[in-house]
Design a protein around this ligand. Structure first.
Ligand SMILES: C[C@@](CO)(OP(=O)(O)O)[C@H](O)COP(=O)(O)OP(=O)(O)OC[C@H]1O[C@@H](n2ccc(N)nc2=O)[C@H](O)[C@@H]1O
Ligand SMILES: Nc1ncnc2c1ncn2[C@@H]1O[C@H](COP(=O)(O)OP(=O)(O)O)[C@@H](O)[C@H]1O
Length: 261
């Protein structure tokens, strides 16, 4: 059975530009991490549940982003396509070799969901465009659209649904994930309550144009990521893992830097 790679991402920078109901509007440079990925495949199953995920997960199937992507996909398909998807998933489970740590700011759950949507689109010849798959993906998680498009590097805005390719070299990144389970909503909520300071349009345009390597040369970890300070405040133990010259990905807990050559 064909293996599909679901890559991790880091946020080279992540700045808040405003709010949208309980969400935050952002401008962020997402970069794919070439050396870190889960592997997904369809695996024939014996019998049993309607939907089966085989892999090491800390959550129930119904909470899994892959299952949520399945439900979101069923909602947009016509009757015939929905029947063929249900038929596929009655015969095959989704096997996942999980390597991307969870609660880590690396988008593992979102990447799995995006990869599953693309697998279904391919195997069932659903003919959905990347824009259509992205619109399904955003219902599952804010990071999913980036993984649908599959760019090495992109400027991501809105709450995550606007993905614009940024052409640059893929950096060779070293990622370190402390053993701290971070809740994304908790960090965003603390940001809004105590650190809210959205950047203006000029700064947005400057950041969008700046190469990732230059961002990392010019900015400190807390300048590059508006969620770093609230994460440090909510999870005090995080500071024990921080090393000068490292950057913070998303809502954490992972740190990264460009590998020495
Ligand atoms: C912070 C980022 C940066 O890439 O990712 P992670 O560090 O979690 O990987 C994203 O903005 C997170 O993406 P993701 O983790 O997919 O978020 P979701 O599941 O959609 O949302 C979880 C919760 O985070 C908050 N949230 C999420 C995205 C956003 N733009 N503003 C928000 O305020 C909301 O409280 C939401 O209920
Ligand atoms: N396919 C999945 N892979 C990892 N975690 C998942 C998945 N589906 C749901 N989850 C749940 O999502 C949360 C962590 O999401 P994840 O995407 O791994 O982290 P982050 O948002 O920090 O990048 C946990 O509550 C985990 O149980």
């Amino acid at each position: 059975m064909k293996l599909y790679k679901a890559y991790a991402k880091v946020n080279i920078f992540l700045k808040i530009t405003g709010t949208r109901a309980s969400y935050h509007e952002i401008i962020s440079r997402f970069m794919r991490v070439d050396s870190l990925y889960d592997e997904l495949s369809f695996a024939p199953k014996q019998k049993g549940q309607e939907f089966e995920i085989v892999g090491e997960f800390s959550c129930d199937t119904k909470q899994n982003s892959i299952y949520k992507a399945y439900i979101a996909l069923l909602e947009v398909l016509d009757e015939e396509a929905a029947a063929s998807l249900k038929n596929l998933m009655s015969r095959y489970g989704v096997k996942v070799i999980k390597r991307i740590p969870a609660f880590a700011g690396l988008g593992g759950g979102s990447s799995d969901a995006a990869t599953f949507l693309k697998m279904c689109n391919e195997v069932l010849h659903l003919g959905l465009s990347l824009n259509e798959l992205s619109a399904v993906g955003i219902k599952v998680g804010a990071d999913v659209p980036f993984f649908i498009y599959g760019y090495d590097s992109a400027n991501v805005s809105g709450i995550g649904e606007v993905v614009e390719e940024f052409k640059e070299e893929l950096l060779d990144l070293e990622v370190f994930t402390p053993d701290v389970e971070i809740s994304t909503p908790k960090v965003y909520t603390l940001y809004r309550e105590q650190f809210y300071n959205p950047i203006d349009g000029f700064e947005v345009e400057r950041l969008k144009k700046t190469a990732s390597r230059d961002i990392l040369d010019q900015m400190s970890a807390d300048e590059a990521n508006d969620l770093f300070k609230p994460a440090l405040q909510a999870y005090k133990e995080l500071k024990n893992y921080y090393r000068h010259g490292h950057f913070f990905s998303g809502s954490g807990s992972s740190f990264f830097r460009v590998k020495d050559v």
